[in-house]
Design a protein around this ligand. Sequence first.
Ligand code: CP
Length: 305
Amino acid sequence: MCNKSLVSITDYSKEDILRILHLTKKFDEQPNRRLLEGKICATLFFEPSTRTRLSFETAVNRLGGRIIGFSDAATTSSSKGETLKDTILMVNNYADIIIMRHHLEGAARYASEVSSIPIINAGDGANQHPTQTMLDMYSIFKTQGTLDNLTITIVGDLKYGRTVHSLIIGMSHFNPTFLFVAPEELSLPDPYKAFCDSHNIKYEEHTDFSPEVINKADIIYMTRVQRERFTDLMEYEKVKNIYILRKDMLEGTKDNLKILHPLPRVNEIQQDVDDSPKAYYFEQAKNGMFTREAVICDALGIEVE
Ligand code: CP
């Protein structure tokens, strides 16, 4: 395995997280630096993406590197039956780093075990999305001035939401209080509750998206109910419109509240919220570019002045 891979947010210690956030701030101040000249970055997207792939590719372009890859696996030899292992070994011949999204949980870990170059997990099924977590944490730090002792209300699909799973682990170093809001069908899986218990992290579970959980929050982290994760579409139909954030629901909220969403959204944040100074999801997505510049440089061992 290549040690500099980032497969899960658990690959980063608290010190690693703080170091990446510090690097991200440098790229936020100056995103254009010729640090990847002569490097080739492969983006292998076996699953659809807008933000993650484009922000990674923009990051590489801003750093003077080159991109190879695909955004539709149907155009590759995996559609002829080539294994993931063979695909990774081939790309090892061509690139210096692989950024991969895959629909199978554990695919990124497996890729990192067969690869001699770093693998960056850009999302594996319902499991993990560690670079999303780093940009979420950067967004939290940038808007709150701290990561410590915050109340974070996480709403929606807590069962399949890989960004939620990664965020819980990433924030666990900073004494958060989590208010989890989900219908029973999409509640947080037991291993993540056990993780909170074993790390003395305070959390409450709610099924109502009530003023109580909205008005206590420093951060509201909205998520989409992900149609693509359901095997039974009747189940999806039952829960797809369950929580919708409207502008009038922000009236009694804290002054410092920011609303985050990993995006894409469907209808869980009404468009009239976009004009609120508390809406931060588009800036959050922009922060992804700076975060990914930091993650790539860190994985390749490139010093940033
Ligand atoms: N947040 C996120 O992963 O978005 P994309 O699916 O568009 O990459």
